[in-house]
Design a protein around this ligand. Structure first.
Ligand code: ATP
Length: 344
């Protein structure tokens, strides 16, 4: 049985239309007009137990609306959802005991009381037995290095400290599914790395299923084997991250720093027969563009090294950011593939 099962899910919001001018405002007072916005428009997917899946999309794509439906905060307009074998907006008490949620922009901790008191309250909310709570708390406090800040009120914590406490709070009841909505937003790279390591560990140790919404593709690279990409309420890609790179990656760029000047024609001659493109950077530097799956970097290097005097070489890998941006721009993974192919 999958941890999350979503079938033809839709959420339509009714948004008030504001008519223009004073007359319009007056008319609005008596007769309101509304627009329908389909925030999530007929999406289907399944997430097996123990998977970490990235859920990405541009602002307004419908990510948070999906997470809110999956966690039972919003009721779908149509379609079916099953999370942990339950319908999230029904049987709330039982349902929330099986999930953990972190909204990076909102806190589940009480602002003015000590962190440990918030944890004690959550223990009561989730009805966690004392022994289980103690074991779990000890493990998480040690792993996330929270002992120094447990007695501080949340309002006095730095963002990084607060996010570590939010994660701890979401895991105290040992949920089998964790929903993370922008968990690393605004954090520095050190805290981001710590959080990613911690999540990886929890997933491996407890087989926690994780659905992760983020704008930081480094989160996805570090954690997810699968990514679901959303655009205007529709799924435009659902598959492996490596597959995305293999199929839609633009290729590699190798930058050469030479000790002498080599004209472009010489570099072209050296790589004759290989489908690569050379660009001159300055008198002593040039870069070569190597399309994915067509030419091996080692073939190019073997033709250049030994025939030229090189002082430095740098290889730039496929950039996930660029692939994803291209896909967002074109609105579908298939179209992006065509765009990328025509650019190479
Ligand atoms: N309560 C609401 N009432 C009306 N419209 C809403 C409501 N919540 C979301 N929307 C609209 O639904 C669409 C999707 O919003 P949602 O917050 O799910 O996007 P998102 O992908 O999470 O964006 P972001 O990355 O900016 O958080 C947007 O057009 C938004 O304006």
């Amino acid at each position: 049985m999958s941890a999350i099962h979503v079938n033809h899910l839709r959420k339509v919001f009714k948004v008030q239309k504001n008519r223009e001018g004073l007359k319009g405002a007056f008319q609005d007072l008596f007769k309101r007009q509304y627009n329908q916005v389909a925030a999530v428009d007929d999406i289907s997917f399944q997430i097996p137990r123990g998977e970490i899946c990235g859920y990405i999309g541009e602002n307004g794509a419908g990510k948070s609306t999906t997470i809110k439906m999956l966690t039972g905060i919003l009721v779908p307009s149509s379609g079916q959802i099953e999370v942990n074998g339950m319908i999230p907006y029904k049987d709330r008490e039982k349902f929330v005991r099986g999930i953990g949620v972190v909204f990076g922009q909102r806190s589940q901790l009480w602002w003015d009381i000590g962190v440990i008191e918030s944890f004690q309250l959550l223990k009561k909310v989730y009805r966690v037995p004392e022994n289980d709570f103690k074991m779990r708390l000890d493990e998480i406090v040690e792993r996330l290095q929270l002992s120094e800040i447990l007695n501080r009120p949340v309002r006095k914590l730095s963002l990084g400290q607060r996010m570590r406490c939010e994660l701890a709070a979401s895991l105290l009841h040992n949920p089998s599914i964790l929903f993370l909505d922008e968990p690393t937003i605004g954090l520095d790279i050190v805290v981001k790395t710590e959080i990613r390591e911690f999540l990886k560990e929890m997933n491996q140790k407890y087989e926690t299923t994780i659905l992760l919404t983020t704008h930081d593709l480094q989160d996805i690279e570090a954690l997810c084997s699968r990514v679901i990409m959303l655009d205007q309420g529709h799924i435009i890609y659902d598959g492996g991250l490596q597959n995305l790179k293999d199929k839609w990656g633009k290729g590699k760029e190798v930058h050469f720093q030479f000790q002498k000047t080599y004209p472009l024609s010489t570099l072209h001659d050296l790589t004759k027969g290989l489908n690569v493109k050379w660009f001159k950077e300055n008198e002593l530097a040039a870069k070569v563009w190597i399309p994915q799956n067509e030419v091996n970097v080692s073939d190019v290097l073997s033709r250049i090294v030994g025939f030229t005097d090189i002082s430095d070489i740098k290889i730039f890998e496929t950039n996930t950011d660029e692939i994803v941006r291209e896909i967002y721009k074109s609105g579908s993974a298939e179209k992006a593939k065509e765009v990328v192919a025509s650019n190479v």
